[in-house]
Design a protein around this ligand. Structure first.
Ligand code: NAX
Length: 332
């Protein structure tokens, strides 16, 4: 049998945490043959709730779950972990100053970065979910210089899956028959959901999404806006932000990263830019990637038209701004 892998989930007492930990314990993230030990971290005010989640995990009697740690101690949470899913943080809510939010996230991610750097397993893979996800990942990277750049990522797979979902609804095909959409840039409303290279398979014939939809106007306006604004639409409907879809996408992100993407298809991940497609190096930017043997690589050679370039630049500019705001909080 495989040795258990240790997975830390920060913010585990929150809504995404509550949806995510049972998925991990069922093998949705690392596969049905991979035992896991869950490390759940939250902060003091959520301590009792976190204990409650631990009780439920025990009560669910998951065959793959070989242990559960529920803690408010960041070092205990990070020790020997193979996978870190960072869901805890300080998202912006109405009326809050951007700088205050960023400054809070800098102090949270600074502490967690050092704990991971010192105590996690050497090849620990990190996924940042907490908003601002790209910039939190960048902060984590800055304060954990010995963790390889390629091990620090952020979640844009939810946006990617939302884009697949919108196309599948539009064409009335199953979502698994649509592939190779791309989310470029920031996990925010400036993200660019791009279907220029996406395809759909019907009756075993593959064709481009733009041809199948054959409504350029819709693809360039309503489709993009719907994907960009989907988070807000969920909040209006549920009075709570997306949780099950975020948890599910976080599992997709790690699963594909660890176990590989299917031949001929790519996914979107927020990764450390190497300058591909003219995106400045040193940003965590969402790119199309393929994964093999536990490593992602950016899909190269896609043609970028002028429409796409403008949208990619807009989200780049927002990330540059967030980065400089974050850096200005580093010495506080
Ligand atoms: P909740 O407020 O329900 O849960 C967050 C949890 O984090 C709370 O239990 C809180 O006590 C804990 N926490 C706060 N500071 C912490 C710290 N320093 N260490 C450990 N735990 C800490 O939020 P939830 O709905 O679960 O969302 C979590 C985060 O995901 C938010 O930042 C949210 O904006 C972000 N999202 C990101 C998405 C993405 O695609 N990247 C989509 C969904 C979601 O909106």
């Amino acid at each position: 049998a495989n040795d258990p892998k240790r997975v830390v989930v920060t913010g585990a007492a929150g809504q995404i945490g509550y949806a995510l930990v049972p998925m991990i314990a069922r093998g949705v993230m690392l596969g049905p043959d991979q035992p896991v030990i869950l490390h759940m971290l939250d902060i003091e005010p959520a301590k009792e709730a976190l204990e409650g989640v631990k009780m439920e995990l025990i009560d669910a009697a998951f065959p793959l779950l070989k242990g559960v740690i529920a803690t408010t101690d960041v070092v205990e949470a990070c020790t020997d972990v193979d996978i870190a899913v960072m869901v805890g943080g300080f998202p912006r809510t109405e009326g809050m100053e951007r700088r205050d939010v960023m400054s809070n996230n800098v102090s949270i991610y600074k502490a967690q970065a050092s704990a991971l750097e010192k105590h996690a397993s050497a090849n620990c893979k990190v996924l940042v979910v907490a908003n601002p996800a790209n910039t939190n990942a960048l902060i984590l990277k800055e304060f954990a210089p010995s963790i390889p750049d390629k091990n620090i990522t952020c979640l844009t797979r939810l946006d990617h899956n939302r884009a697949l979902g919108q196309i599948s609804e539009k064409l009335d095909v199953h979502v698994s028959d649509v592939k190779n959409v791309i989310i470029w840039g920031n996990h925010s409303s400036t993200q660019y959901p791009d279907v220029s290279h996406a395809t759909v398979t019907t009756d075993s014939r593959e064709m481009s999404v733009s041809k199948a939809v054959s409504n350029d106007q819709w693809l360039k306006t309503e489709f993009i806006a719907t994907v960009q604004q989907r988070g807000a639409a969920i909040i209006r409907a549920r009075k709570l932000s997306s949780a099950l879809s975020a948890a599910s996408s976080a599992c997709d992100h790690i699963r594909d990263w660890v176990l590989g993407t299917p031949k001929g298809s790519w996914v979107s991940m927020g990764v450390y830019s190497d300058g591909s497609y003219g995106i400045p190096a040193g940003l965590i930017y969402s790119f199309p990637v393929t994964c093999e043997k536990g490593e992602w690589s950016i899909v190269q050679g896609l043609k970028i038209d002028e429409f796409s370039r403008t949208k990619m630049d807009a989200t780049t500019n927002e990330l540059i701004e967030e980065k400089s705001l974050a850096y200005s909080c580093f010495n506080e």
